[in-house]
Every structure is written in structure tokens, then in C-alpha cells.
Design a protein around this ligand. Structure first.
Ligand code: ATP
Length: 238
């Protein structure tokens, strides 16, 4: 098992954001966490990347307990997050942003980094066209692509994507999901948080549904996409 999250509890002060959340991600999978606003998806993701401390529970990565590993050390282990709301370095160019993503790599001074940059440009031709553009002047969708590209530059085993389709036009949403599928096919395991449940379930091998801080269902993407209760609650009832 690549990632094992067990009985995770996270609070914001007295507010219990997530309670006893358990899930697993196997190497090679796309696993999605879906749920309504405030269900605890972002909190779960931030805890896996180390940005939120746990109140209780365990996170294991490649069999090792990483619950107490600080966030800046997790990319070294192979975990990289593309944050919700983009989070590019707005004053830097596209290329500089991508290079920042490689900071934690021990091989960052080698040609491997350039190869990975070319791989990102292959996945996102739009970024290749704009490699000298200042990130802050790019469109929302382009910045979203850049944030994903930057996370990929860490050469992660596990890529955490928090709402990659947020705020994008329908055509671009399709494109982003196609790219996520391609990233997975190229060998990166993906944990995906999404409000676009229909697309996420279609793309994911397995999924967990969070409701008010707890996992209430799990199954394959297909099982959940065809489940009447899931359809009614998350897929617009169709
Ligand atoms: P969304 O889809 O709206 O982003 P989410 O499923 O990602 O929602 P979280 O952002 O993880 O949900 O929030 C889970 C709960 O924790 C919510 O009740 C939220 O109000 C609360 N919460 C999140 N961040 C904070 C914070 N910084 N301070 C206090 N409460 C917070």
C-alpha cells in the first residue's frame, strides 16, 4: 500500500473538521475524495501533505509512519501537492515556477530536471508556449495548469490534487481531467479532491465519500457513479 490513512482526526480549535477518516491509496491508482462543501476534503489533503497537524490517527507512506514528518520534508519522500486555489508564485515566470517545484529533489542539478520540465511542457503545451510569461498575468486556467505542473516537478510518487477543476470553463475541465488520466498512465499515483463528482468518479479507480468530516461510503469509481443514492446526492440525480 502506498498511502494508508487511519482514523485521522483533525480540529480547527474546537471544531472537528474530520473524524476517524480512514482510506488507502495503492501504487498506480487514482483515488478520489468527494463530498459537499465543508465535508473535510481540503483538510484531509492538507493533513496528508503535512500542512495541518493531526489530533489523532496515523498516516503511513510506503509503510512508514509519516504522521509527524514536517511538510517541507514530505516532497523528499515522494508526496507533492497542487493546492486548491492555484498558489503559483505570481511574480515569477512559468519556467521559474516549475523550477521551484524541483527544489526538494536531490537530483535537481542533473539533466533529469530538464527532462521532467519537458514532460510538463508535453502535458501542458500552453505552458510551453508561455514559458517566459509572469505567472500572475496568466489566466486562471493557465495558473491551475502551472500549479499542477509545478507539483509534478517534484517527481512525486503520490500527487495530491485539490480541486484542479475549480473555476474552469467546461472545455478546460475536460482537458484537466484528461491530463490527470495521462499523468496517472505515465506512472504517478493520484489522490484527487473534487467537487466535480461526475468527472472524478469517471476517472478514479476508487473513491471515498466524505460527509461532515466522516467517510460514509467507499467503492470503485464505477460502483459509486451508478449508485442511486450517490447519484441523487452528488451527480444531480441523473
Ligand atoms: P470545500 O469543498 O468547500 O473546499 P472541504 O470539503 O474541502 O470543503 P474543508 O475545507 O476541509 O472542507 O473544511 C472542513 C470543515 O473545517 C468545515 O466545517 C470548515 O468550516 C472547517 N474549517 C476549514 N478551515 C478552517 C479554519 N482555518 N478555521 C476553522 N475552521 C475551518
Amino acid at each position: 500500500m502506498l498511502l494508508e490513512v487511519e482514523d485521522l482526526c483533525v480540529n480547527y480549535g474546537r471544531i472537528e473538521a474530520i473524524r476517524n477518516v480512514s482510506f488507502t491509496v495503492e501504487e498506480g491508482e487514482v483515488v478520489t475524495l468527494i463530498g459537499a462543501n465543508g465535508a473535510g476534503k481540503t483538510t484531509t489533503m492538507k493533513t496528508v501533505s503535512g500542512l495541518r497537524p493531526v489530533r489523532a490517527g496515523t498516516i503511513r507512506f510506503k509503510g512508514e509512519d509519516i504522521t509527524a514528518v514536517p511538510p517541507h520534508e514530505r516532497p523528499v519522500l515522494g508526496i507533492a501537492q497542487s493546492p486548491e486555489g492555484r498558489g503559483c508564485f505570481v511574480g515569477m515566470t512559468v519556467t521559474e515556477n516549475l523550477d521551484m517545484g524541483a527544489y526538494a529533489r536531490t537530483d535537481r542539478k542533473t539533466p533529469k530536471v530538464k527532462e521532467d520540465r519537458d514532460r510538463v511542457f508535453g502535458l501542458f503545451p500552453r505552458l510551453a508556449e508561455r514559458r517566459t510569461q509572469i505567472a500572475g498575468t496568466m489566466s486562471g486556467g493557465e495558473q491551475q495548469m502551472l500549479a499542477i505542473g509545478r507539483a509534478l516537478m517534484a517527481s512525486p510518487t503520490l500527487l495530491l490534487l485539490d480541486e484542479p477543476s475549480m473555476g474552469l470553463a467546461p472545455k478546460l475541465i475536460q482537458q484537466i481531467f484528461d491530463i490527470i488520466t495521462e499523468i496517472n498512465k505515465q506512472g504517478t499515483t493520484v489522490l484527487l479532491v473534487e467537487q466535480n463528482a461526475a468527472q472524478a468518479l469517471k476517472r478514479a479507480h476508487r473513491a471515498y465519500i466524505l460527509e461532515t468530516g466522516e467517510v460514509v461510503r467507499e467503492g470503485t469509481g464505477e460502483e459509486l457513479a451508478n449508485d442511486p443514492a450517490v447519484k441523487a446526492a452528488y451527480l444531480g440525480g441523473d
